[in-house]
Design a protein around this ligand. Structure first.
Ligand SMILES: C[S@@+](CC[C@H](N)C(=O)[O-])C[C@H]1O[C@@H](n2cnc3c(N)ncnc32)[C@H](O)[C@@H]1O
Length: 290
């Protein structure tokens, strides 16, 4: 079987660092939600937890930070509460913000189902403009949420939001994908299998992807076809999703953080305290509000 280039697969693991991926034709798409049909990312709310059911490697990093910092946690771009609910389960009060009302609603439903509704709350708002007139001990943006605002000024606006919700000495922690040189040089447009995730009920989600780079604007344009199958291989649904992510090198991120009033405490090449290497998948930043 032919194998697509590994570096491209690594960025798209909304893209996670999966190994070489078999080349396959994109599946036929049963239905595509028209653009503008709802809030941005609403169309992800229903399938998000199944697509990322195996995404757990970053959770201990954020939970440990939550336990180490006094005060409640604010998550910007919280999705369906994947990380915030783990923090709440560890005994930390959290507020999650997401631009998608459906994502926030799903996170609230999960909190209620787990008996965490008194510790974890989620609401729809825009992290570029949010101002709650209160501060938190820790602000987090797990799983590349900052990259889903796609201009330098919008990313700076999000960092200003983080600063506005931290007192002096408060901590900001987030991650972005590492724009490693091999990755950026990979202009292959072949579809590849980004992930195959077996669900607790035995059904299977397969994510096929292509990516297009726009280096002038520092953008990646993933295009995903998400197949849902029974354990016996019967196709239940196929969803198509496109979005953009703005990549940022460490130097630019340091500048943006300094301009927003942060002192960078650490930059890791992953979630276990490892150093930044050219080929690491993730960059994890920890910064203090000056
Ligand atoms: C990749 S998901 C990460 C979700 C969650 N942090 C996690 O780790 O699973 C990014 C989330 O950011 C949200 N988002 C994108 N732009 C946003 C904005 N301007 N304000 C608030 N949330 C936003 C999306 O709706 C999506 O739920």
């Amino acid at each position: 079987m032919e194998v697509a280039d590994a570096p491209l697969a690594a960025v798209l693991g909304m893209l996670r660092g999966h190994g070489p991926s078999p080349k396959v034709p994109p599946p036929r798409v049963a239905s595509v939600r028209p653009p503008g049909a709802g809030y941005p990312f609403d169309d992800w709310a229903e399938i998000y937890d199944r697509v990322y059911a195996d995404l757990t490697h970053d959770v201990p990093f954020y939970v440990q930070l939550a336990l180490a910092n006094a005060g409640p946690v604010l998550e910007l771009g919280c999705g369906t509460g994947r990380v915030s609910l783990a923090m709440a389960e560890a005994g930390v009060n959290v507020l999650g913000i997401d631009i998608s009302p459906l994502m926030a609603a799903r996170a609230n439903a999960k909190a209620a189902a787990r008996g965490l509704g008194w510790r974890a709350a989620f609401q729809a708002d825009d992290m570029r403009t949010l101002r709650l007139e209160r501060t938190f001990g820790l602000v987090v943006m797990p799983f590349r949420s900052l990259q889903l605002v796609t201009t330098p000024s919008d990313q700076r606006a999000v960092l200003a939001t983080a600063a506005a919700h931290l007192a002096t000495g408060g901590t900001l922690a987030f991650d972005v994908f590492n724009p490693d040189p091999d990755l950026l040089a990979d202009t292959g447009d072949e579809p590849f299998v980004d992930s195959i995730v077996v669900q607790p009920d035995g059904s299977v989600v397969i994510v096929h992807a292509t990516n297009r780079w726009d280096h002038a604007e520092q953008l990646s344009h993933p295009h995903l076809w998400i197949e849902e199958h029974t354990g016996e291989g019967v196709t239940l649904a196929v969803h198509e999703r496109e979005f953009a992510m703005r990549y940022v090198h460490v130097g630019e991120m340091r500048d943006m953080l300094a301009d927003a009033g942060f002192e960078v405490e650490a930059v890791y090449g992953g979630f276990d305290g490892e150093p930044v290497e050219d080929d690491c998948d993730d960059l994890a930043f920890v910064a203090r509000r000056g």
